[in-house]
Design a binder for this molecule. Structure first.
Ligand code: FAD
Length: 309
């Protein structure tokens, strides 16, 4: 059994494993796919102190750093259930291959995935104009025309954010009204380089083979297909935390995020969480790295207070 078992091998999990192993305690890290979302990222320009890197390169560096310590690294395993223990017994993590690992403390760092539109061109032009992260990719579209898909809080926040960076933003909402908070909608409507299109179903992302050049949508009131010329499409229709396997074991928000406090504690003693799977609002690499460190230090603190010497 482990002192600390980290589930998830993105920035949060890697950071947690390094911080735990540096305390000289038995540390394991299990990941379906080491690197997580970072593997799907092209250019990364906001990992502070690293002006430019690329996802696969950063993932390789994370793995090299984890391997520099005494961490049992188990790749290609998917956790399917967490059995939490009370009164000092070991927590158990079950995997879909039938294996079980037990640990005194568990760091939950299974990250998240972006909900996609599922329309032609979206996959083909991913990172070639189609993107999911305004904080990451906004500056790549400086002065250009972009669309934001989705009129919930994240879509409207993205549109407001992008309006200050890009040339023009068209926000496209499927329903006949935006669901974002009124204060955000008011701010959005005050911006003169933003258009809002309601009752619009995106049907295709168009490109020239190398880059996005436009977008087709169906006007749901007329049934007509409309076309927009633009260079970027920011899809903001939801970030889904990879926490389905934790239902009933730890407290989740109504969006499925693991509820944590500022120390990374969940509602279960000895179970901590970090990164995009958790309830902290900023979903970024540098935040996940910090959250992983915080969670591991909280787990260590739990161990020294509860374990026999
Ligand atoms: P993740 O990176 O999602 O990692 C989750 C880990 O858990 C993976 O190893 C996964 O395989 C594993 N896992 C999931 N479920 C299970 C399970 N049941 N059992 C076992 N393992 C499991 N952020 C930036 O700061 N800058 C950027 O430029 C940037 N660009 C991005 C571009 C794209 C295309 C995307 C998708 C995201 C981008 N982000 C960027 C966001 C950033 O990647 C995330 O905030 C960060 O990776 C979150 O780290 P994490 O460790 O919490 O989760």
């Amino acid at each position: 059994s482990f002192d600390v078992l980290v589930v998830g091998g993105g920035p949060a999990g890697a950071s947690a494993a390094i911080y735990a192993a540096r305390k000289g305690i038995r540390t394991g890290l299990v990941a379906e796919r080491f690197g997580g979302q970072v593997l799907d990222t092209m250019a990364i320009e906001n990992l502070i102190s690293v002006p430019y890197t690329e996802g696969p390169k950063l993932a390789a560096h994370l793995e090299e750093h984890v391997n520099a310590y005494d961490v049992d690294l188990l790749k290609g395993h998917t956790a399917s259930a967490l059995k939490v223990a009370s009164d000092g017994a070991l927590h158990e993590v079950e995997f879909d291959n039938g294996a079980t690992l037990s640990a005194k403390t568990v760091v939950l760092a299974t990250g998240a995935r972006w909900r996609t539109m599922g329309v032609p061109g979206e996959d083909e032009y991913r990172n070639k104009g189609v993107t999911f992260c305004p904080h990451c990719d906004g500056p790549l579209f400086k002065g250009k025309r972009v669309a934001v898909i989705g009129g919930g809080n994240s879509g409207v926040e993205a549109a407001i954010d992008l309006a200050g960076v890009v040339g023009h933003v068209t926000l496209i909402e499927f329903l006949d009204e935006m669901r974002a908070d009124e204060v955000l909608q008011r701010k959005l409507r005050s911006l003169d380089n933003v258009d809002v299109v309601l009752s619009a179903r995106t049907t295709e992302v168009i490109g020239d083979g190398a880059q996005v050049t436009g977008l087709d949508y169906e006007d749901r009131t007329t049934g007509e297909t409309e076309h927009l010329d633009l260079e970027g499409v920011f899809v903001q229709i939801g970030l889904l935390p990879n926490t389905e396997w934790l239902k009933g074991a730890v407290e989740l928000t109504d969006r499925g995020e693991i509820v944590i406090d500022e120390d990374g504690k969940t509602n279960v003693p000895g179970v901590v969480a970090a990164g995009d799977a958790a309830s902290s609002p900023a979903k970024q690499i540098v935040v996940a790295l910090g959250g992983g460190a915080t969670a591991a230090l909280t787990a260590f603190d739990h161990l020294i207070r509860t374990s026999a010497p």
